[in-house]
Design a binder for this molecule. Structure first.
Ligand code: CDV
Length: 288
């Protein structure tokens, strides 16, 4: 598996440029032997819930109406050519019922043939408004509750890449329930992307900065250990539109140990060969 940490995405960057960055990371991961690459939350644009838009309707321009679509086709085509799958987060505009437009914070699991084999819509939407940015112009708020509907698909496992894969998105990782629901389905690998600011993750800008990364890894290491699953977590890193994002992408073993971790605040690809728990079991049976 590979985890693709993303550096900041400028709000003004054209979608084609953002997709090209993902394609470059996909190629790098494939070159290193990865079968599947995990991209971050809302990987196709800057993370717009960090700032207030003049009119809610304008978030539509950040959203995908179908997946795949012509904008992301280069990523799907390259995945198919390389035989490498991916987990991709994006903002979704859905019209599941005629006339009812919904916006979701979504991710899909795509296999090495370029087919969507799983989909998840984020459940735990953060929401806090900090109107007075500090004099340096840093932004501390997250308005997902304003822009997104609560996901309606629940946590499901999908058979892909020879394992049972579960997905969650960013804030979901901080709560016990998603891990347990996936664990009870026998998840062997949980994939997730996140956009987490370095400070102010509770909306309190005075909180100690060291807590951010500690709680980020604590949540995922506990989820891995308590549910015997690998975790592949891809972060946004660096300063994006006034928001410092913490990075810290990692791959965590079912023991709860971090076996690969991003070391920079920029775009970076991590790779690890993951061995499934059932394979350990099989080896034990063979040797005793
Ligand atoms: N994008 C997120 O869900 N961010 C939250 C912050 C806002 C608390 C997170 O859990 O990292």
């Amino acid at each position: 598996v590979a985890v693709a940490q993303s550096g900041p995405i400028p709000d003004a960057a054209p979608r084609a440029e953002n997709v090209a960055r993902l394609v470059a990371m996909l190629r790098r991961a494939a070159g290193g032997g990865a079968d599947v690459v995990v991209f971050t939350e809302c990987a196709l644009s800057a993370f717009f819930p960090h700032w207030t838009l003049d009119h809610p309707a304008s978030i539509d321009e950040y959203c995908e109406r179908s997946m795949p679509n012509p904008d992301v086709e280069p990523l799907f085509a390259e995945a198919k050519r390389l035989g490498v799958g991916f987990c991709l987060g994006y903002a979704e505009l859905a019209e599941d019922e005629p006339g009812h437009i919904r916006h979701y914070n979504t991710c899909v699991l795509v296999d090495g043939h370029g087919s969507v084999v799983g989909k998840y819509r984020k459940t735990h939407l953060p929401g806090y408004y900090v109107p007075d940015h500090d004099p340096a112009g840093h932004v501390y708020q997250n308005l997902e509750k304003r822009y997104f509907d609560v996901g309606d698909l629940g946590w499901q496992c999908f058979e892909a890449f020879g394992m049972r894969v579960g997905m969650m998105i960013c804030n979901d990782r901080r709560w016990a329930e998603p891990w347990r629901v996936l664990g009870l389905q026998g998840a062997e690998c949980v994939m997730l992307g996140y956009n987490t600011p370095t400070v102010g993750v509770t909306g309190v800008v005075t909180e100690p900065t060291h807590l951010g990364m500690f709680q980020n890894h604590l949540s995922m290491q506990a989820g891995a250990y308590q549910n015997s699953t690998w975790v592949c977590a891809a972060a946004k890193a660096g300063k994006e539109e006034g928001v410092y994002q913490m990075g810290g992408s990692c791959i965590i073993a079912p023991t709860g140990e971090i076996v690969a971790q991003a070391t920079t605040g920029e775009t970076q690809t991590l790779r690890r060969c993951i061995v499934l728990a059932r394979l350990y079991y099989w080896c034990t049976v063979l040797t005793t």
